[in-house]
Write a protein that binds this ligand. Sequence first.
Ligand code: CDP
Ligand code: CDP
Length: 217
Amino acid sequence: MNLAPVIAIDGPTASGKGTVASLVAEKLGFHYLDSGALYRLVALGSQKAAIDPENGPELGFLAQKMLISFKNGRVLLNAEDVTEAIRTEEVGLRASKIAVHPEVRDALVAVQHGFRRSPGLVADGRDMATVIFPDATLKVFLTATVLARSERRHKQLIAKGIPAKLVNLLSDLEERDARDSSRGTAPLAVAEGAKVLETSELSIDQAVQAVLGWYQT
Ligand code: CDP
Ligand code: CDP
């Protein structure tokens, strides 16, 4: 079977993965997968259902039965529009807690593979190149200093009308990065053969051009 090409983009919190990946997808006419949104949906769903973030089996069951849809830039969970609700840093932190459980990760594999359709896919997350699409056509690891990333996330949240304090974001990002990089299952890591792009001093357009350049050569 001829599988559609995949550009896998991984990296730490607020490194620009989502912005760069969706613009690259738009330029190439490819589908786009925001895998972090899936973990955020499980986090929000588990918060609503009052499930303990330590309870892997129950969280895995929830992840299996959740009804998720992405429509016209909106994210629906069991038919409720949660596009803004999943973007808070509180949900991001909870997402990094529930994401350590293999039961949750396993429940989300098939839905992620389902995004791989012709003419191609750009997927962003933590384990796109290492676990979900190890045969990706191009693997990219985006990074930036923790200060640059906290400032970006701060600006982004304020622009969306979501309250946030820079000092809190800095410690939340550090906590999330540490948990994501040290967990036993699918930790954040640079995949073998991945191109590393340090974006602290790069504009969004420069980062997009770098990825397109690698893909097209
Ligand atoms: O998906 P991820 O958490 O890695 O980051 P993002 O949500 O795509 O980007 C975080 C913020 O940084 C967004 O508001 C982007 O516009 C901004 N950004 C930037 O200022 N410069 C870059 N080179 C990349 C992203
Ligand atoms: O955009 P940002 O970098 O803040 O986070 P995200 O990509 O929306 O992901 C939220 C959390 O979900 C991360 O901190 C990870 O713990 C988890 N995640 C994961 O484990 N694997 C992925 N492929 C994507 C996200």
